[in-house]
Design a protein. Structure first.
Length: 273
């Protein structure tokens, strides 16, 4: 019976929070919240002093009711926090550049994104672990060019690329599975036209054929990974276009027949066996 009352109270509290405006609940005091958490027919047998000793879900619902007028404000606050956190992760490391140089600043930014970097003439990669911790030994390479950046799976944005575009000796760039990399971001990669040899863009959901067309500036590119790009249309034609612009580049992840077979088949005619 106690479990039934608890589940009923939780359902009534959630409904009251969502429909708070329509139900005309004006008071936000503790007493009003307690009345919402307890069915009306059981109110006579309910001791308000026992509310603080109840389950954590009831206490959490009470805090939500006291803080937010409806659930929409909670969602708006969560969205605003995510946007703020994204901007914080992609700030410009100008102070670090002035103190330690562009190579250390770019390495610090990448490691803060839980990525990895490798300096010229070095085989060792500096990487952050699952918790974002990393070694500060990269500071000893203050004057050594940064030639490899692995930012796969990170939250790099257009603004965050400002920390990387100053790397004139960059040869390897991995932006795979970055949810915020789009066509505008690819347009900024033209600064690596004389140095970049390998670029990985697999799994970027916002990249389209318009952004891939801007890669023709990368004349020194030798390897391009375009696997799993759902927003790219006419994939076979895109590969032909890129091969004409970058004849020395090996393109993987897109085949000639991708997108062409579906267009050549008539909707009323079954595919050939």
């Amino acid at each position: 019976r106690r479990g039934l009352l608890d589940s009923t109270a939780a359902r009534m509290a959630a409904a009251a929070v969502v429909l708070g405006r329509r139900s005309g609940v004006a008071s936000r005091g503790t007493l009003a919240a307690q009345q919402l958490l307890v069915p009306g027919r059981c109110w006579a047998h309910f001791d308000p002093s026992r509310l603080a000793q109840g389950r954590w879900a009831q206490r959490w619902l009470l805090k939500l009711y006291q803080r937010f007028y409806d659930i929409e404000n909670l969602f708006n606050w969560n969205l605003a926090f995510q946007n703020w956190n994204l901007r914080r992760k992609n700030v410009y490391y100008g102070y670090t550049q002035s103190m330690y140089g562009v190579y250390v600043a770019a390495a610090h930014y990448t490691l803060q994104q839980k990525g990895g970097v490798r300096f010229a003439g070095q085989e060792e990669w500096y990487r952050a672990d699952g918790r974002g911790n990393f070694s500060w030994d990269f500071l000893k390479h203050k004057e050594v060019p940064l030639e490899a950046v692995d930012a796969s799976g990170s939250s790099v944005t257009y603004d965050g690329l400002e920390n990387l575009v100053c790397l004139k000796e960059l040869k390897y760039l991995n932006l795979s599975r970055c949810p915020f990399i789009d066509d505008w971001c690819l347009s900024r990669l033209q600064v690596f036209g004389d140095s970049l040899e390998e670029l990985r863009l697999s799994g970027c959901p916002r990249v389209t054929e318009r952004g891939l067309a801007s890669l023709h500036h990368l004349k020194n590119l030798k390897h391009l990974d375009l696997s799993d790009l759902p927003a790219v249309g006419n994939r076979g034609l895109v590969r032909i276009m890129l091969e004409e612009c970058l004849p020395q580049c090996e393109i993987v992840g897109i085949e000639y027949q991708d997108g062409l077979l579906q267009q050549s088949r008539s909707p009323d005619r079954p595919p050939p066996v």
